[in-house]
Design a protein around this ligand. Sequence first.
Ligand SMILES: Cc1cc2nc3c(=O)[nH]c(=O)nc-3n(C[C@H](O)[C@H](O)[C@H](O)COP(=O)(O)O)c2cc1C
Length: 398
Amino acid sequence: MRLRADRPLDLAPATVLDYRELARRRLPRQLFDYIDGGAYEEVTLRANVADLERVLLRQVVMRDVSSRDPAVEVLGQRLALPVILAPVGLGGMFARRAEVQAARAAEKAGVPFIESTVSICSIEEVARATATPPWFQLYVMRDRGYAEELMSRAKAVGSPVLVLTIDLAVVGARHRDTRNAVVGDPSPWAKVLRGLDLASHPHWIRDVPLAGKPLTFGNLERAVPDAGTPAAFREWVDAQFDPSVTWDDIAWVRENWDGRLVVKGVLDPEDARRAVDVGIDAVLVSNHGGRQLDSVPSTARALPDVVDAVGDQVEVLADGGVRTGLDVVKMLALGASAVLIGRAWAWAVAARGEAGVRHVLEVMKADIDVALGLTGHTSFADLDRSTLYQADSPIPRP
Ligand SMILES: Cc1cc2nc3c(=O)[nH]c(=O)nc-3n(C[C@H](O)[C@H](O)[C@H](O)COP(=O)(O)O)c2cc1C
């Protein structure tokens, strides 16, 4: 294995960022950047991580913390730890049937896997591979008939939770995709170089295009007959994402879905109140991992105000920038019931498949265990903002 001075790996991956480095070595540049990148100048992408780093834990010693339990109850389900695998589009391009591999790892760790609308493996394929049905993520599409059909498919495999993503009414620009010639109108020469980028990654070619077929969008086989590529995904997004969507449309989804309903992509307390008014079960504080509107606040920053607005009525989940179990504990101290991880599982599955995702979840669990113990807790039951140093203002305001 080639070692690099900028991120030494030594002999074995120990952290999520080690998996990021392994994924960088293994994936074609265009795919690594698709996972790693964010919108515009990536201000929010960086802030998600930086603001979580600035949240400090309050160490409290000499308590009896001999039996610690990281389990939580979320949306009527017991999670072995407060971590959920976020919906990540095009997963099956990172590793062979990656959604199945990740869902199996999640099941073994006792946490939910959320199947993205734009997955390579269909929801039926994922459900067949696991005993616990995945949660399902849906976009509000122009073609409401198709949305209804997807809800029926999720219901048919027993998905208990629908996660409705509402922060893609218009699509933010991701400059890395343009530079890598996967969107826009690349020159013929840029297309040749893009092909060479793929061709020069033999491990990936063996694992994904050869062993991982078919590379189509498993949930959208009627809507997007083209192979699963960022360009095909972008085309579908441009055609289907509906900028006229309002809270009335969420009410329509509510009427058509009798399981638990989560709205994903809320940053503003007023929006959170509107969501509660239409009868959702949980709000997910998310800026799409810094992939949509840049220069919006990090989720660590936005979360406490949303919790203060609606936390006594519905559950509040959060995602963005979570790379360690300590980040998980910080998000829960800020008021989340559980967090989603996106890039963490995407890098791990790209690097080492199911075993990589399992390892990342084990590492997070071990981090959480230590953080609970050294903040004087034996469970998440009594964890709140008082678990943070500078409890009133964990993140300095500008
Ligand atoms: C490569 C990639 C693809 C994503 N695809 C989707 C998607 O299909 N649907 C969705 O609701 N969110 C999608 N997201 C956003 C994630 O669900 C999640 O909000 C975000 O990754 C959390 O930030 P993190 O990556 O820092 O953990 C995607 C994120 C990434 C990194």
